[in-house]
Design a protein around this ligand. Structure first.
Ligand SMILES: [Zn+2]
Ligand SMILES: [Zn+2]
Length: 303
């Protein structure tokens, strides 16, 4: 099996960011211009409880997203909708507080189902920041991914909770293989922007194609390194990358002396499955010379 089709285009996108329509410090146009200048193919604006029009800029597609949030007893759940059709969602010019109240009168699952019913796909935001547990992640149906990296969930803006690797592995070890995305969650535009992104293989740079591709898992998360291809069968995983320093293969085994490869300039990383360790899944994390990471989603070892 392999992640990418050899011929289809791959698009760089930002899935989670805020503007002055909620608590972000840049207007939608200012924020979009910033990402367009940085070479992004698309962005998905996710203001809290606001969903406005989709737009095309000269060199970038601006998708209409939204972020919705719910408070539980010892954790919160934030969810981003990607590529939501704003006309079908039909929030109009309603106040954010009214939209929030209307959603929260229904269940959390109803929020996910609503965003999916209007053409979007839904991911779990910053689960480490939200103190999310396996049980809560498992209770949410219909997510296409969770954030493994959220740029603003670290100092100087937050405690060091930007990385959800441990939860991703706890989920995977319990049979819940959550695909992984990296995002900025830009609010301040003070260094957290353009730090975490996805590269998605889609038929075209259009809302439906991007949503379909995200739903199908044809993407990976990155802070910089490129993952050219991921291949796996019942014996090994091979990851082709831009020049990197290190690869770590995370599996359900607690310890495996062969899981970390350090090889400056390496572009091909091979992991041989250790069946005797009872491994059920594998995912790869790449680090380049600048310390920037890229992550494959976990895959189940074929039986
Ligand atoms: Zn959030
Ligand atoms: Zn956010």
């Amino acid at each position: 099996m392999r992640l990418f089709h050899p011929k289809l285009p791959i698009y760089k996108g930002s899935l989670h960011m805020h503007t002055t329509r909620s608590d972000g410090l840049r207007t939608p146009d200012e924020a979009a211009a910033l990402y367009e200048e940085s070479g992004y193919d698309f962005i998905n604006i996710t203001d809290h409880w606001v969903c406005r029009e989709e737009r095309r800029r000269p060199n970038m597609l601006v998708l209409s997203g939204i972020e919705i949030d719910y408070a539980l007893e010892t954790q919160c759940v934030h969810l981003i909708g990607v590529g939501v059709d704003p006309e079908s969602l039909n929030l109009g010019e309603r106040e954010r507080a009214d939209v929030k109240r209307a959603f929260r009168e229904q269940s959390l699952q109803h929020g996910i189902d609503t965003l999916r019913a209007v053409g979007g796909c839904v991911a779990l935001s910053h689960p480490a920041w939200s103190l999310n547990t396996l049980d809560v992640v498992r209770s949410l149906n219909g997510l296409f991914a969770m954030e493994i990296f959220n740029s603003v969930s670290r100092p100087p803006w937050n405690a060091e909770r930007s990385d959800a690797s441990a939860l991703a592995d706890v989920c995977a070890a319990n049979g819940l293989l959550m695909p992984l995305i990296a995002v900025d969650d830009s609010h301040f535009y003070a260094g957290e922007q353009c730090a975490g992104f996805v590269r998605v293989q889609a038929e075209a740079l259009a809302r439906e194609s991007i949503v379909d591709a995200l739903q199908s898992g044809a993407f990976y998360a990155s802070q910089g390194p490129t993952i050219e291809q991921v291949e796996w069968d019942d014996r090994r995983m091979i990851v082709h990358t831009s020049p990197a320093e290190r690869a770590i293969f995370c599996t359900s085994a607690y310890y495996n002396p062969n899981r970390v490869a350090i090889r400056p300039g390496g572009v091909e990383w091979v992991y041989e499955r250790r069946s005797e360790l009872g491994e059920t899944f594998v995912r790869c994390e790449i680090t380049d010379a600048g310390g920037r990471k890229a992550w494959t989603s976990p895959v189940r070892w074929p039986t």
